[in-house]
Design a protein around this ligand. Structure first.
Ligand SMILES: C[S@@+](CC[C@H](N)C(=O)[O-])C[C@H]1O[C@@H](n2cnc3c(N)ncnc32)[C@H](O)[C@@H]1O
Length: 466
């Protein structure tokens, strides 16, 4: 067996990342580009000792759950890998990702995993998107002129980072986001504005950010550039506010030309407040261009009510109770849960998020919450006065999960309740290997924040063994 060989395989289940499992002469084959329960012709990409990596080139016998994807970029754009699968099947497969991670990695077999909480919106649910400027990915059969080849505003193609697929529509974004992206792209294209090149460390345009507060309708547009071009930004600000009066703020984020990321060194507000306000239940939150906020607002509200329902039953007397909100971002979880506890401490690494979290506590008149800027990879250190309290921890780390230092500090603190929210069940299951020695898993609740993609958010609620 060698690279580029063609094989015919019956697919079995889908595993993480939207890859299907199959077998060829007893050896596991990991196949990209197909669905479970299909007969596919695959091309071998890599032959490893224990498995083969392959890509589907022809679907010979389709799954009964296969549907026609609505997006013309499907297959090339890495965003919506499951758009060709019926939504109810997407939910079942995502539940199986969680089951698989908990059984295979944490060896947890005896805990019921609840059905995934489905998203009300299967499309148009994202409240934020960052589109990149770069050289254009060229589609076969389309003739591009030289200027078009050099200009794209859209999404990166997996494994082709220097090129971007110029997009005109994305079904995960609102109509507004699609219109503004196209308008800004045309405006800059017509004026021949240069695109940033990491290699040459020159060019102006890096990215376009569009954020919407779905419950208040406030809207933020941000242009990420390597420099402040006053004339250009002023003109763009003027035309944007005239054409889209619903944009409540427009900002220019200045990001270093020697970095591939869009991390801003400086943010210049061109018009509006420089942030948007979102409402979740009785609370409101200031969201800044570069601070984290859950991307599917309606599903985030459902996720927070799972936590509230649990705590309402669990914390019957709040005297001497302490909630520790780890990876607290702009303070959303800590503030929403603050009414169930005597005191709340939020820990977060990013200074801007800490400042926004403090403002969010203040505008909501929440006075029992305090935010501490700390890199949690160094573990958690708590002042003595808190150690005697009745502690609950909620932890919501990035995809990489926690590290040993932090897990060790949690175990030392012995919180009675431990709520672990994760956007990556694989790292969550890994982190539970040690925690399960001290904690009983009460229940596991996946929430679908990202329909059409293979991503799944998962809540694990744990209770200290008595
Ligand atoms: C998934 S977000 C959760 C935010 C918040 N819980 C919410 O729901 O809005 C993860 C947060 O962790 C922060 N973060 C990432 N690495 C960190 C670290 N090593 N120490 C502390 N905070 C970190 C990020 O800045 C981000 O705000």
């Amino acid at each position: 067996m060698k690279k580029n060989d063609l094989l015919t395989i019956k697919t079995e289940k889908m595993i993480n990342q939207g890859i299907c499992l199959g077998r060829y002469e007893g050896k596991v084959v990991l196949i990209d580009g197909c669905l479970p329960d299909e007969v596919v012709r695959v091309k071998v990409k890599k032959v490893k000792k224990d498995y083969i990596e392959a890509i589907a080139v022809d679907i010979l016998n389709e799954s009964k759950n296969r549907i026609t994807p609505r997006c013309k970029y499907f297959g090339l754009c890495g965003g919506c890998k499951l758009q060709n699968l019926d939504y109810r099947e997407q939910l079942k497969i995502k539940k199986s990702f969680v089951e698989d991670a908990f059984m295979r990695i944490s060896k947890i077999y005896d805990v019921e995993i609840n059905d995934v909480i489905a998203s009300d919106d299967e499309y148009f649910y994202r409240n934020k998107m960052e589109y990149s400027f770069a050289k254009r990915w060229l589609f076969e059969g389309i003739n591009y002129n030289d200027k078009e080849k050099e200009f794209a505003l859209g999404l990166h193609i997996p494994k082709q980072f220097e090129k971007v697929m110029h997009i005109e529509e994305c079904f995960l974004q609102s109509q507004f986001s699609n219109e503004v992206r196209n308008f800004v792209a045309n405006f800059l294209f017509e004026r021949n504005v240069s695109i940033h090149s990491l290699k040459n460390r020159d060019g102006l345009l890096k990215a376009l950010l569009i954020r919407e507060a779905r419950n208040t309708s406030e809207k933020l547009v941000g242009l990420v550039t390597t420099n402040y071009d006053e004339a250009l930004i002023t003109e763009l600000g003027n035309v944007l506010s005239a054409k889209y009066p619903e944009i409540t703020t427009f900002v220019n984020l200045i990001s270093r030309p020697d970095l591939s990321s869009t991390l801003p060194e400086k943010i210049i507000t061109i018009f509006g407040k420089g942030y948007i306000i979102e409402k979740l239940g009785e609370y409101q939150f200031e969201i800044y261009p570069n601070t984290f906020f859950q991307t599917n607002t309606k599903q985030a509200e459902k996720l927070f009510s799972v936590l509230e329902n649990y705590l309402q039953k669990e914390i019957t007397d709040k005297s001497n109770t302490l909630l520790i909100d780890l990876y607290s971002g702009v303070g959303v979880i800590g503030i929403i849960l603050s009414k169930y506890f005597e005191k709340v401490l939020g820990f977060e690494e990013i200074k801007e998020s800490i400042l926004a979290a403090k403002r969010n506590a203040s505008i909501n008149n929440v006075h029992n919450i305090f935010f501490i800027q700390q890199n949690l990879l160094k573990g958690l250190s708590l002042e003595k006065e808190y150690l005697e309290k009745d502690i609950t921890i909620v932890v919501d780390p990035p995809r990489a999960g926690m590290n040993n230092e932090l897990i060790k500090s949690i175990i030392q603190l012995r919180p009675k309740n431990l709520i672990y929210i994760s956007c990556n069940p694989v790292t969550q299951a890994r982190d539970l290997i040690e925690l399960k020695e001290y904690y009983k898993i009460e229940f596991i609740q996946p929430v679908d924040m990202f329909p059409q993609t293979f991503h799944i958010e998962n809540i694990a609620i744990l209770k200290l063994f008595s």
